[in-house]
Design a protein around this ligand. Structure first.
Ligand SMILES: *[C@@H]1O[C@H](CO)[C@@H](O)[C@H](O)[C@H]1NC(C)=O
Ligand SMILES: *[C@@H]1O[C@H](CO)[C@@H](O)[C@H](O)[C@H]1NC(C)=O
Ligand SMILES: *[C@@H]1O[C@H](CO)[C@@H](O)[C@H](O)[C@H]1NC(C)=O
Length: 218
């Protein structure tokens, strides 16, 4: 009679261990997204062969980025009023952001990157993927940057939010064009949510119920 209950307690224990592990991993993920570790570039994993760079993880509407060298314009802190008015779920007021630009067909287009990352040390970047970049720093040294997380989305329309971010960053920029890339360094590309505590509690309750029912049957 006690067996199902014992099994239940065992499963509960496993779940607790899993939850603790999951929480720890997300803390580690947060840690890795800090500036220091971002600067820990890993050049070695890149093959010499350009073909091996894949652009495939760029969202379809961002693929134009791969054909340009983007130049950094400015860095700033995310303004409170933009955070309040537009409520971008991935950025908070005072987060750092940087603006890069490229000219396509005489039109100036912008690439905004949010959350501090290695990109902030680049004067120029080439976008090789959502987490892959080639960076040229102020002294002209080129290296590859591979980030541990990243999410990118591209707008195909003029955006007031982007205009406000551009204006806040530098007075020397035109309004947004019909293409703007938004890159978030600290967001996992899969947008994997945190450890799902609710789903887990649900499962515990169901299992507990099953254990009780089985206990009564004996
Ligand atoms: C941006 O605006 C300036 C004027 O402030 C203008 O001279 C320049 O042509 C514009 N550049 C683009 C690419 O639209
Ligand atoms: C550019 O990168 C090289 C190599 O990492 C480094 O020695 C140099 O100081 C960097 N220059 C600037 C301006 O950060
Ligand atoms: C933006 O507008 C130009 C013409 O002004 C057009 O050629 C281009 O395809 C448009 N881009 C997007 C992403 O809609």
């Amino acid at each position: 009679m006690k067996l199902p209950l014992e099994a239940y307690i065992l499963i509960l224990t496993f779940n607790c261990v899993y939850l603790a592990k999951c929480k720890r991993e997300s803390r580690i993920a947060d840690y890795y997204n800090t500036e220091e570790v971002f600067n820990d570039y890993d050049d070695s994993i890149y093959p010499e062969d350009e073909e091996d760079f894949d652009h495939i993880d760029l969202p379809e509407d961002c693929k134009i980025l791969q054909y340009y060298v983007l130049r950094r314009k400015c860095n700033d802190l995310y303004p409170e009023d933009v955070a309040e008015n537009y409520r971008d779920p991935f950025v908070s007021a005072h987060d750092q952001y940087a603006v890069f630009h490229f000219t396509d067909d005489g039109v100036e287009n912008y690439f905004l990157t949010f959350h501090h990352s290695a990109l902030f040390h680049c004067d120029e970047i080439e976008v090789r993927g959502v987490v892959n970049f080639v960076c040229t720093n102020a002294s002209g040294t080129q290296h590859h940057i591979k980030m541990r997380s990243g999410y990118m989305q591209c707008l195909s329309y003029k955006s007031d939010m982007v205009d406000e971010l551009l204006a806040a960053c530098s007075s020397d920029m035109n309004k947004s064009s019909n293409f703007t890339a938004l890159h978030y360094a600290n967001v996992l590309s899969s947008l994997r949510s945190d450890c799902n505590v609710h789903a887990m509690i649900h499962r515990w309750l169901l299992l507990g119920l099953a254990a009780l029912v089985i206990s009564f049957e004996y």
